[in-house]
Design a protein around this ligand. Structure first.
Ligand code: ATP
Ligand code: MG
Length: 700
């Protein structure tokens, strides 16, 4: 119980019924969850019967680490994961009752767009993405295609509903699910199959949910079905940090809890342990105008701290330069903090509204040789083209990998349509064969058209041939040649150019492919020569051996180690995290809040929709501010790029809403000068020390 205040202790000790911890940012909600895991184990609940649900995989990894710190190795047995990962687990174990193979594949958003293009008969990705959005929304509401059609408001929706029906057929044929299914299908399992429900309710002794305010309606139903009447769960959340409304998250889930669970114990936390008073005040001022679901107060005992700064830059590049200057000066100054110094690169974060804003800052950081990572962006292994290649590699290694089979056989298209694949799929599940095995079965031709058979056999033989060649391809040079030949054979470059709206996008994908192939080839060892012509000789591996380890690699990206680098992140991806020094950038009207049609807040009458969006943007600003522990700077630019032109830009209304003290808003230039001088002196000292050390060192 050490390190918990009374209210936190109360939440941790409340073990036998439904519990909601509702509190503002940085008040120790997540800490309650980790400590409660430990407490539950201490009272005799087996670790594998505890499920802690987080919002992202990264948050799950972090929570597991923290739990390990409290309870040691037992933490590895606790189910710590996202709703989606829990869904995968449930479907692997029990999906068979819904007609799903345990090796079903999970489609990412790009896969879905592709299938929808096909199902809706369009080549236009933008149209397909609109369908995707609508279908996802319906799925999150628990609607089937038929139900969606029945309640369609107009022709557009009716058409989308019909495309949804075709889309669902294809998913079944491919033994595939999309992200929404990872929630919807487990719910179906729990609701329609009593034995499955009983099993899971018995399996889980207590369910804990972090970031509860950002769950959607289906997730809430899953939670309810998982905990049953006993309602042994702990949800923690903050209605002021609900920032995924645009993706279907709903605060109704908070409203409904006390109604659905009349014995719900509600605990409020009021002390913020994260931020200084100056930062917390700015946060409270910003969130003030939003309507309150539950009244909350937050105070900090960390002292007033440095004033929050506002930086006005001329344009993006200038803004990035000033951010870099701030990092350099904070790292070198000694006036900022007593106690721990918070001067490592990892102590800094630059947060922004939209992914594209990172680029200019990346350039500036690189120029200043400051190491950084971009989080919340796409990882290399998540790119569609890399996944395509990995699909093929996986199939060479393991012919029974059905998801990989489906990816390879349809990318690039080789005239094997979804009817053929559906037929093959049915046949395969009937005889309990993998798709690859089924293809060579002697009884398949009796249920399959001759032309379809020929196509399938040709593909099967080609895979066998590739496998044979890959097994004999030894060393980097051969591997590179092999990969080149193969890409030519399947006409992959053409496939990229056909599939992309712009040539530039296709070219950039192709560059990624080349890079990935080089990387694969290098791993095959042997004689490897670098661009300067120097060669090194290492043990040569076959391409097949290297391909075998690829699927392990895609999981590396998930577990970013705690590198000592500056974080660049979207505001959305920064949720739940904290840094000593935070810079919110691009705090301009039109960016944060993002494009609202209310005349920059001057318009008196606005639509409900606009108002709700404004409120969500305000919560996003609140999330951003409350990530900061010791120092916060908010910057905006006087001019902004619009298309090719530079146009005048306005500071965000949220800056004035922070109600900062105008006397302290700007950094004191003298202080900065002092800091830079100190940095200069430190460097000079370092150089002198290095020179002295070099002189003192014995000759090699
Ligand atoms: P958010 O709303 O941003 O998700 P949170 O409510 O989950 O925040 P935590 O991340 O759990 O808050 O805690 C914020 C910080 O305060 C962490 O660094 C945590 O270690 C610290 N903290 C929480 N409770 C206490 C406590 N009782 N004593 C000391 N430090 C605490
Ligand atoms: Mg938290």
């Amino acid at each position: 119980m050490s390190g918990l205040n009374l209210a936190q202790q109360e939440a941790v000790n409340y073990l036998h019924g439904p519990c909601l911890v509702l509190a503002g940012a940085g008040s120790g909600k997540t800490r309650v969850i980790t400590h409660k895991i430990a407490r539950l184990i201490q009272t005799g609940v087996a670790p594998q019967r505890i499920a802690a649900i987080t919002f992202t995989n990264k948050a799950a990894a972090e929570m597991r680490e923290r739990a390990k710190g409290l309870i040691g190795r037992d933490a590895n047995k606790v189910v710590v994961c996202t709703f989606h990962a829990l869904g995968v687990r449930m479907m692997r174990e029990d999906g068979a009752v819904l007609g799903l193979k345990p090796a079903f594949s999970i489609l990412d958003s790009d896969d879905v767009t592709k299938i929808l293009k096909d199902a809706g008969g369009t080549t236009d990705a933008a149209t397909a993405r609109i369908w995707q959005w609508t279908i996802s929304k319906w799925k999150n509401m628990g609607l089937t295609a038929a139900q969606a059609e029945a309640q369609a408001a107009d022709d557009n929706e009716r058409i989308t509903a019909r495309i949804m029906a075709r889309y669902e057929e294809r998913l079944t044929a491919y033994q595939s699910v999309d992200f929404d299914d990872l929630i919807g299908m487990p719910l179906k399992l729990l609701q329609d199959h009593e034995e499955v429900r009983a099993k899971w309710q018995a399996a889980l002794g207590h369910v804990l949910v972090d970031e509860y305010q950002d769950t959607n309606a289906t997730q809430y139903e899953v939670l309810k079905a998982l905990v049953g009447m006993r309602g042994r769960f702990t949800a923690v959340g903050d209605d002021d940090q609900s920032i995924y409304g645009w993706r279907g998250a709903t605060l109704d889930n908070l409203r409904k809890l006390p109604v659905d669970f009349p014995t719900l114990k509600v605990i409020k936390l009021e002390q913020n342990y994260r931020s200084t008073s100056a930062i917390l005040r700015a946060a409270n001022n910003v969130i003030g105008p939003n309507p309150k679901l539950f009244p909350k107060t937050l105070f900090s005992e960390l002292g007033e701290g440095e004033p929050v700064r506002v930086v006005d830059a001329d344009h993006e590049q200038h803004e990035a330069e000033r951010a870099v200057a701030r990092i350099v000066s904070l790292r070198s100054s000694d006036s900022v903090t007593q106690g721990p110094q918070f001067k490592e690169f990892r102590d800094f974060a630059i947060l922004y509204r939209a992914n594209h804003q990172a680029r200019v800052f990346e350039q500036a950081l690189r120029k200043a040789q400051i190491p950084y990572k971009v989080s919340g962006g796409q990882s290399f292994f998540d790119r569609a083209e890399i996944k395509d290649l990995c699909g093929w590699f996986r199939l060479w290694v393991n012919n029974d990998d059905d998801p990989a089979f489906l990816r390879a056989v349809t990318t690039p298209k080789r005239g094997i349509g979804h009817t053929t694949l559906a037929g093959l799929g049915t046949f395969a599940s009937q005889y309990k064969l993998s798709l690859f095995e089924a293809l060579f079965s002697s009884s398949l031709p009796s249920v399959m058209a001759k032309r379809a058979m020929e196509g399938l056999h040709e593909f099967g033989r080609y895979i066998n041939d590739l496998e044979y060649r890959a097994r004999r391809t030894l060393g980097a040079e051969d591997a590179r040649a092999f990969l080149n030949d193969w890409l030519k054979e399947i006409e992959y470059e053409k496939h990229l150019y056909d599939g992309e709206d712009s040539e530039q996008a296709a070219a950039s994908r192709w560059t990624n492919v080349m890079e990935f192939c080089d990387w694969m080839a290098q791993r095959c060892g042997g004689k490897v020569s670098d661009p300067s012509g120097a060669t090194t000789d290492t043990e040569a591996k076959t391409l097949l051996e290297v391909a075998q380890t690829i699927s392990l690699l895609s999981t590396i990206s998930e577990r970013e180690q705690d590198q000592n680098v500056v974080t660049l992140s979207t505001l959305h991806a920064s949720k739940g995290l904290e840094w000593p020094h935070v810079m919110l950038i691009g705090v301009n009207e039109g960016l944060l809040p993002f494009k609202l049609d209310d005349g920059g807040g001057r318009q008196q009458k606005v639509s409900d929709d606009t108002l709700q969006r404004l409120q969500e943007e305000r919560r996003l600003m609140y999330v951003g501010i409350t990530r900061a522990q010791r120092s916060l700077a908010v910057s905006w630019t006087k001019r902004r790029k619009q298309g090719r032109e530079m146009v005048p830009a306005q500071p965000s209304r949220f800056i004035s809403e922070m109600a900062l003290d105008q006397k302290t808003v700007k950094e004191d230039p003298r202080e900065k000068l002092k800091a830079l001088r100190a940095e200069f002196a430190r460097k000079a000292q370092q150089n002198a020390a290095a020179a002295a050390a070099a002189q003192a060192a014995p000759a090699p």
